[in-house]
Structures are given as C-alpha cells and as structure tokens.
Write a new protein. Structure first.
Length: 322
C-alpha cells in the first residue's frame, strides 16, 4: 500500500467529501450529500464516523495519545477497546516479538487508571521475586524480619494489572501456581512461603504474552489447562501502532514516506517479518546520525541473515547509495 502523505487543506474536496478540519495526523471530512462527518488518517483509512460532536471527541482523544507519544492504528484501538471490555478477566497475546504486545498492555492500564506490574519469564525465574520473601531489617537492639510482597502478590493484593512476559518460557512451578488467579470465580492466591492466603482484589487482572512454539523461539507448548483459563486470546502478528504517524513524528514527512515504503516492500511476500520494533530502531539510528546503509546493516543484518542482500537492494532503490 502506498503512503498518502499529501496533507489535505481545509476546503479540499475528494470523492464527494470536503475536508473541514486537519491536524498533524488526521482530517475530518464532511460527506457533502449526507452531512455526516468522517475522521480519516492521511492514508485515507476511516478511523471514526458519526455526528460532528462525536467525531470531534474522537479527534481530541487521538490528539491526547499523540501528546503521550502513543500512536495506535485502527487495529490497536480496536484491541484496546476489547481489552477494556474483557478486563479484569485474564488476557493472552500470542504472536511474534516486536509488534507491540507489551506496549498495548501498559496503555490499557493507564486508560483504566490501575497500577501496573510486569516481569519477564525464563526457566530460571526466582519464585521469591514473584511471590515475596521474608526480609531482615535492622531494629533497635537487633534484627527483625518483615514480609515483602513479590510482583504477583502485590498485584493481586492491590488490584493491579500484572503483565507476564514470555509465559511459555516460565518454569512449570510458576505456571501451575497461576491457575487459582486465572479462575473465572473464587480467585485465590496462596502464599505458603509467608503462611497466608492473599484476598484477590476485584480489579486484579493478568495479561500474558507468548511467542509461537518453534519458529526460532526457545519456548514450550502452552498447557491447555492454562490456555483455557484466558477469557480472550489475541493473535497479534501485524502492527497495532500507527506506523505512519510514528515515522512522521521521528523523521519528518519526506523521510517517513521513504522509510515506510522501504519497510512495507521488505515485508511483502511474508519472508521478512520486520515488526514495528525494527522500524522504531531503524528510525532511531537514522535520527541519531547514522547513514541509511549503516543503519540497515546494524539493525537488520543479524536478524534476517538469509534475506539481508535483498533488504540492502530494496534500501538502495528507495534511498540510493549512502
């Protein structure tokens, strides 16, 4: 898909619509025949349609996202809305790394106004970090011990969202202890290390991410007993970020146009995944002064060794020789 960065001016007419309001990312168009208002991005994608006041409200909300440096596309906004409807029941993201699974989870926590904890799973995960531990503290005349909640215990007690990264890398001991927290009703969190059970706050929510088994990832198969406890499973292997807005924000319109056409051509055919994280890192290198050629070499060569020659050729077609 080509990028249409021709920012419309107020009064521009296209396909029976008139641009009546324009900001740095979107334009509000008025259907000349019906009077209905439509919010579109600069690629022409419809974001929202409704009454004038509803469309104005939608634009203002998106402008607030921009102030926070967060740019979501239609899919991202749809997932955010659906996650808020599922909350506080458990949610799982399945998909390759780099598409924004963790980013979208943090955003939902902010929108809901709840606390947020997270941890990365791995075979050597220390359960005391997740559950808690007795910790010695100095007191007058000696030493005492106090209980200190771990990441999961704190979230369950205080009603936070806890993000479990790379669930399929977690040791079985950690996975099996999560079952009680993920039950539909009568959720429980037992802490035998402390000698007590924690009442699970009604706002507690677990969001987990997992990469697909195989495909170069050192992961285990997700236990069906665990999978069945998630109220929603989002399979995410495409951008949730408004990559055009990110690129314009980082590099300006002209370079954003070229960098996005380069990335999309690399992705075409499905041989090179090149997720949003790669785009962000590539843009960061360019913004910090590295040449296009060197940025591509440093950011992409090791990740796509079987396709790097083709990637470099596409780069030369879009940017010329550095």
């Amino acid at each position: 898909m080509s990028i249409r960065f021709a920012v419309p001016k107020v009064g521009t007419e296209e396909d029976g619509e008139e641009a009546i309001k324009v900001n740095s990312r979107f334009a509000i168009w008025k259907d000349i025949s019906t009077g209905e208002h439509i919010l579109r991005d600069f690629d022409g994608n419809e974001v929202f349609r409704g009454t004038p006041s509803e469309v104005d409200t939608a634009m203002k909300r998106l402008e607030e996202e921009e102030k926070e440096g967060e740019f979501f596309n239609n899919l991202g906004r749809q997932i955010i809305a659906e996650m808020k409807q599922v909350y506080p029941r458990p949610i799982l993201f399945l998909g390759h790394t780099g598409w924004g699974k963790s980013f979208i989870a943090r955003h939902v926590a902010r929108e809901l106004g709840v606390g947020f904890n997270q941890f990365n799973s791995h075979p050597g995960t220390d359960m005391s970090i997740l559950v808690g531990m007795w910790r010695p503290i100095p007191v007058e005349g000696g030493v005492s011990i106090i209980w200190e909640d771990g990441i999961i215990t704190d979230a369950a007690r205080m009603g936070k969202i806890v993000l479990v990264e790379e669930l399929t890398r977690a040791p079985q001991e950690a996975v099996s202890r999560l079952y009680g927290l993920l039950d539909t009703s009568h959720r429980s969190w037992s802490v035998p290390e402390g000698g007590f059970d924690v009442p699970v706050h009604e706002n507690f929510c677990m969001i987990a991410t997992a990469n697909p088994q195989g495909a170069g990832y050192f992961t285990q198969r997700l236990d069906p007993a665990m999978l069945n406890r998630f109220a929603a499973v989002f399979i995410l292997d495409e951008p949730v970020a408004d990559e055009a807005a990110l690129a314009v924000n980082e590099l300006g319109v002209d370079m954003a146009d070229r960098i996005l056409k380069f990335v999309r051509e690399c992705r075409s055919g499905g041989k090179v995944m090149m997720p949003t994280r790669d785009l962000v890192l590539l843009m960061s290198n360019i913004k910090n002064g590295l040449s296009i050629e060197r940025s591509v070499e440093l950011c992409l060569s090791a990740k796509y060794p079987d396709h790097i020659d083709g990637i470099k050729e596409i780069s030369r077609l879009h940017f010329g020789e550095s």
